[in-house]
Design a protein around this ligand. Structure first.
Ligand code: ACO
Length: 322
């Protein structure tokens, strides 16, 4: 049996920090409202000209270092992003060029906030059945570029950053289960309506920013994360009590607490970074993972559950023996 093992993690946050107090100065909001409703204290914002691939490379370099591999060992690159550098080529190909890798498959996955768990699912399949041995998986987002900084209902929620993992084929257990889903009937509830085939003109108008029905997204996220946890554990012979760490998508502390409750998990067993990073979409799980690996909370041999939910709606989970 070939398993997919996490050999290294890395992350990157842009230097610029915008606190809730900073936002109070530019829009009708308050630190108290933001913290109470979301748990967010601050977010990092990409510098002018800093792209998803730049942030992804910074995170990847740390993951490569932790894994102790050579860049030339990498034979698969997948980037989860909803804010790519360019329409094309993919951000994964731009990462590939910047790293000086030639020939291996490199592509992006657009599954919004679920992009990282979608990418893990695909990489796991390619390692188990298609001969890939060493995969670089990145979640990277510059959400500040699609944030309407005049809209208090969305602007307070998002941030920029990147996380990365190196996955290796191994005889030792690693990824034990992955589940990915989507249901496009909810596409209108959370979107950046501007697109390419729907017309470049829209890109210059207000459609180029995040539009969201926050209440509906919240309700659906909580219900869905409960069902994905059951599907992941029940289907693979694990109990809630087997989980050492829940590493959820970091959208909102209230959603995270509800997900933990459904798993009967104490918040002491949940990695929370939304307070420091805000919602970084596809980057949020690898950012949280790297934080808890590097500060020593997550240890080799522990059982980790990643859970994600995002626009589409898309959702998914990964159960990993770290
Ligand atoms: N500051 C102050 N007041 C605000 C702000 C703000 N930033 N934003 C909204 N308000 C006001 C509203 O206008 C409203 O005022 P009113 O009662 O006078 O009409 C009031 O606060 C309450 O608004 P609600 O939208 O009902 O507040 P709610 O408790 O639902 O919280 C929130 C809003 C935080 C967006 C919540 O719905 C949420 O977290 N939803 C999930 C959205 C999400 O996480 N999306 C990310 C992408 S999907 C994902 O990653 C899971």
């Amino acid at each position: 049996m070939i398993y997919t093992r996490i050999a290294g993690t890395g992350s990157y946050l842009p230097e610029k920090v915008v606190t809730n107090a900073d936002l109070e100065k530019t829009m009708d909001t308050s630190d108290e409202w933001i913290r109470e409703r979301t748990g967010i204290n601050k977010r990092h914002i990409a510098a002018e000209g800093e792209t998803c691939s730049d942030m992804g490379i910074a995170a990847a370099t740390k993951a490569i270092g932790m894994a102790g591999i050579e860049v030339t060992d990498i034979d698969l690159i997948i980037v989860g992003t909803t804010t790519p550098d360019k329409v094309f080529p993919s951000t994964a190909c731009i990462v590939q060029r910047k790293l000086g890798i030639h020939g291996c498959p490199a592509f992006d996955v657009q599954a919004a906030c679920s992009g990282f768990v979608y990418a893990l699912d695909l990489a796991n399949r390619m390692i188990q059945t298609a001969g890939a041995t060493t995969a670089l998986i990145i979640g990277s987002e510059a959400l500040s570029r699609v944030t309407n900084w005049q809209d208090r209902t969305t602007a307070v929620l998002f941030g920029d950053g990147a996380g990365a993992v190196i996955l290796q084929a191994s005889k030792e257990p690693g990824i034990l289960a992955t589940h990915i889903h989507s249901d496009g009937q909810y596409a209108d509830l959370l979107e950046v309506p501007a697109g390419i085939s729907s017309g470049y003109d829209a890109v210059r108008a207000e459609e180029a920013y995040i539009h969201m029905n926050g209440n509906a997204v919240f309700r659906r996220a909580v219900a869905t994360l409960g069902s994905i946890a059951r599907e992941t554990l029940d289907g693979h012979g694990f109990n809630k009590s087997d989980i050492d760490w829940l590493v959820p998508h970091q959208a909102n502390l209230r959603i995270i607490k509800a997900a933990a409750k459904k798993l009967d998990l104490s918040m002491d067993n949940v990695v929370v970074t939304v307070d420091e990073h805000a919602n970084t979409s596809a980057a949020s799980i690898p950012l949280a993972l790297d934080t808890a690996v590097r500060d020593g909370r997550i240890q080799r041999g522990q059982l980790l559950l990643f859970e994600a939910f995002g626009a589409g709606f898309t959702w998914g989970s990964t159960l990993v023996r770290y």
